[in-house]
Structure formats: C-alpha cells, structure tokens
Design a protein around this ligand. Structure first.
Ligand SMILES: [Fe+2]
Length: 165
C-alpha cells in the first residue's frame, strides 16, 4: 500500500504545533508576570503548565510516527510572539486594567492560532484513522477552547469595563 501523502502533512502539522507551543510558552510566562488581575494571572500561569503538557503529548505523537518533534520552526507564532511582546509587555499604558486588556488581546491571538493548528492536526489524524491521536488532540483542543472562553469572560465582565473607567 502506498504511503498516504496526508501522513506527511499530519507529521508536519504536529511539528509546527510543537514549535509554536515552545515559542508561545515563554511569552505567556512573561505576560503572566506583567498582568495585574488575579484571575488573569492564575489563568496565564495555568496556561504555561497546560502548554508544556500539550507539547509533551505532541512530541510523543510525532515520535510515534518515527519523526523528531523539533524539525520545524513556526514563523506564524514567531510573529505573534513579537506582537505579544510589543503590545503586551513593552508598551506601557499607564493603567493596569488597560495593560491587562492588551495582554488578553495578545493571548487570544496566540490561542486562536493554536486552535487552528491543533484543529487541523486532529482533522488529519481523523482522516488517517488514528483514533488515539484524535482523542489526545481533542483533549488539548478542549483545554485551549476553555482557556479562550475564560479570557473572553474576564475581559467582558471586568477588565474592559475597568479599562474604560
Ligand atoms: Fe506555523
């Protein structure tokens, strides 16, 4: 049976996610130190742990395909990390609530990129009939969606209001 070309795309997608997570985790730690809202700080701190866990699982999935996890460099996340540093860390807004709003905005950009990347990897795994991988990627995707919803809630119920006060 010929090798499914989708197989290569699946491994490549996982490697890209691995690179994206490795780059993202550092800046999330920095955003956490800069955040003022207690719930936001806790969320970002939990995210650091979760991203590391996700990446350990992604590395395992890549190795299970006979490849090495760190063979890709995700330029998309490289750009998002630069944006996060510029707008979330380096720019000073003179108001902790506005700073938090900026941090949430940057975190959600990176999160949405992650949803896209893991979502695609899951869809490829599904098409390839890799049911264990689908289950694992789906669990990670659930964590990321939940984190994103939580950020929206913090922003809409508190931070944005305080920022506009
Ligand atoms: Fe990428």
């Amino acid at each position: 049976m010929p090798i499914d070309p989708l197989q290569d795309l699946y491994v490549h997608e996982l490697q890209d996610n691995y690179s994206a997570n490795s780059q993202m985790v550092k800046v999330v730690g920095e955003l956490c130190e800069q955040a003022s809202d207690e719930q936001l700080r806790r969320m970002l701190d939990t995210s650091v742990t979760k991203i590391k866990e996700h990446n350990e699982r992604i590395a395992e999935l890549v190795r299970a395909e006979g490849a090495s996890p760190d063979e890709e460099h995700c330029k998309g996340m490289e750009g998002l990390v630069k944006e996060a540093r510029k707008h979330g860390l380096q720019e000073s807004y003179g108001d902790p609530a506005v700073q938090d709003a900026a941090i949430i905005a940057q975190m959600q950009r990176m999160t949405h990129y992650g949803i896209c990347g893991i979502g695609c990897a899951k869809a490829f795994a599904q098409a390839l009939g890799k049911t264990d991988a689908v289950r694992e990627l789906d669990r990670d995707l659930g964590d990321i969606y939940a984190g994103d919803d939580y950020l929206t809630r913090i922003a809409e119920t508190r931070v944005n209001e305080e920022a506009s006060a």
